[in-house]
Design a protein around this ligand. Structure first.
Ligand code: F0G
Length: 458
């Protein structure tokens, strides 16, 4: 008999979590304005809000913490990260930042100005926020297949070459760079193929543009390439990672994902000139260039995390757990984005609650239901996140209205995953009874989903 699959780690330290009653949860979610970000974490049993900064560090990462060099300038911890980036990702220069959006802020302060257009594949919300904050526009060139959740395509994060070239022709002068998010979070944690990355680089070269990778989940992207792209089965994750980054001139990184740290980020680049220009903003916003908002111990853990995050066994354990949740939900007939993404399962709320109007925020309504059912916290990736159009101030209703269940790295067992799956099945069985959604009470002018307060439509 073939042995079953098992995790490539064992558990050395545990943290207690607490169950609650439905009555308690009714009160807590109402008090938080039906916004899951507003909940205290001890009111949550299984927290799938994000896989960002929520992973469990390894014993090696914790021991690296003790070796951190806290010197203000020239710390050995900086050089540890620098050499990990050079070896694993192939970039000569780097600047540490405290997290991914800080890297965007520093880099875009150099590269983006009012009126610019930045093509990419479903830009992540902070990326789009930093672009729109500078009165520039994010142009989505993702392939159409990404927006049909029923369609199984191996690389739904891919950029459509025709859409990209059209915009390069029509708006070339206003395009400072092309940004590719690997994996593509907004379209469901979907990977981009090497073939597609090479195509983007070729078009960028043809039109004299630079390519930036938003790299939060670059290692998960490499894992999918190894599994799905012809000719890559026998290559190691690290070989694939280097081949991916050979198509980029610059990368921004939220190390809270694939470097498995609780806080951290960086920008890496090939150009010394860009490094010099970005250093000015890094010093202003983040700190001196050899620490950039991070302590030495955190830099050490990040360097170690880059090595662990690019190991096949680790990635296999991680992505198979996400797939396990996806398969359980599919077995129950629950509509999910297919194929299952790298870091999360995305439930198609439009198909789950088709009788609710989009104006009542289907995915947010579903996320609230899941919390009430079992104390599980997911997150809306839909109309609330899509925000209002910066010019017309009208609500934007994206093609996909999703509830994301993001799985923290090395944190939950498959028993937890089973609770999540059965809770959603119970809701699916009574979905017809969910007749009312939510309405906005208060909202911020930008990135409203974090702080929006809602109430039930009566
Ligand atoms: N880019 C991508 C693709 C991301 O997913 C994130 C964060 C960022 C940039 C920003 O990084 O949080 O370190 O500032 N995503 C988190 C999430 C928040 O839940 O998906 P950050």
């Amino acid at each position: 008999m073939e042995l079953p699959f098992a995790e490539s780690f064992k558990i050395k330290m545990v943290e207690s979590i607490r169950k609650s009653s439905r009555e308690e949860r009714e009160k807590w979610i109402k008090d938080s304005g039906y916004n899951l970000f507003g909940l205290k974490s001890d009111k949550v049993f299984i927290d799938l809000l994000t896989d960002s900064g929520t992973g469990a560090m390894s014993d090696h990462q914790w021991s690296e913490m003790m070796l951190g060099d806290e010197s203000y300038a020239g710390a050995s911890s900086y050089f540890k990260v620098k050499s990990a980036i050079q070896e694993l990702l192939g970039f000569e220069y780097f600047l540490p930042t405290h997290q991914g959006r800080a890297a965007e802020n520093v880099l875009f302060s150099v590269l983006v100005k009012e009126g610019d257009i930045i093509p990419g594949n479903s830009h992540f919300d902070t990326t789009k926020g930093h672009i729109e904050f500078r009165k520039a526009t994010a142009a989505d060139c993702t392939i159409d297949e990404a927006f049909d959740t029923t369609l199984s395509h191996p690389f739904k994060g891919n950029i459509d070459p025709v859409k990209l070239e059209n915009i390069l022709i029509s708006s070339g002068e206003n395009i400072p760079f092309i940004i590719v998010t690997v994996t593509c979070n907004s379209s469901g944690g979907q990977p981009v193929s090497i073939e597609n990355l090479k195509m983007v680089k070729q078009l960028a070269d043809k039109y004299g543009k630079i390519v930036v990778f938003d790299s939060a989940r670059f290692a998960e992207n490499a894992y999918f390439i190894k599994l799905r792209e012809k000719g890559y089965q026998d290559k190691s994750i690290r070989e694939i990672v280097l081949e991916m980054f050979a198509c980029a001139d610059v990368m921004t990184m939220s190390a809270k994902k694939d470097a498995i740290v609780n806080m951290g980020g960086f920008i890496a680049m090939r150009s010394k000139e860009l490094h010099t220009k970005a250093s000015v903003f890094n010093i202003m916003f983040e700190g001196y260039i050899t620490y950039g908002g991070m302590s030495g111990r955190d830099l050490n853990a990040l360097a170690q995390g880059l090595y662990e995050g690019t190991e096949f066994d680790y990635l296999e354990t991680r992505i198979r757990q996400v797939e396990y949740l996806g398969k359980r939900l599919m077995d129950f007939g629950i509509p999910v984005q297919q194929p299952i993404g790298g870091h999360a399962v995305f439930v198609d709320a439009k198909r789950f609650l088709p009788h609710l109007p989009k104006e009542e925020f289907q995915a947010q309504t579903l996320a609230v239901e899941l919390y009430l059912e079992a104390g599980v916290r997911g997150v809306e990736i839909g109309a609330l996140l899509a925000d209002r159009d910066p010019v017309t101030r009208e609500n934007r209703y994206p093609a996909l209205e999703l509830m994301r269940l993001a799985i923290p790295r090395r944190v939950y067992t498959n028993n937890h995953i089973d609770v999540v799956a059965v809770a959603l099945k119970n809701i699916y069985d009574r979905r017809e009874t969910i007749r009312k959604g939510l309405k906005i009470v208060t909202e911020a002018p930008i990135m409203r989903h974090f702080t929006v307060t809602l109430d039930r439509v009566c």
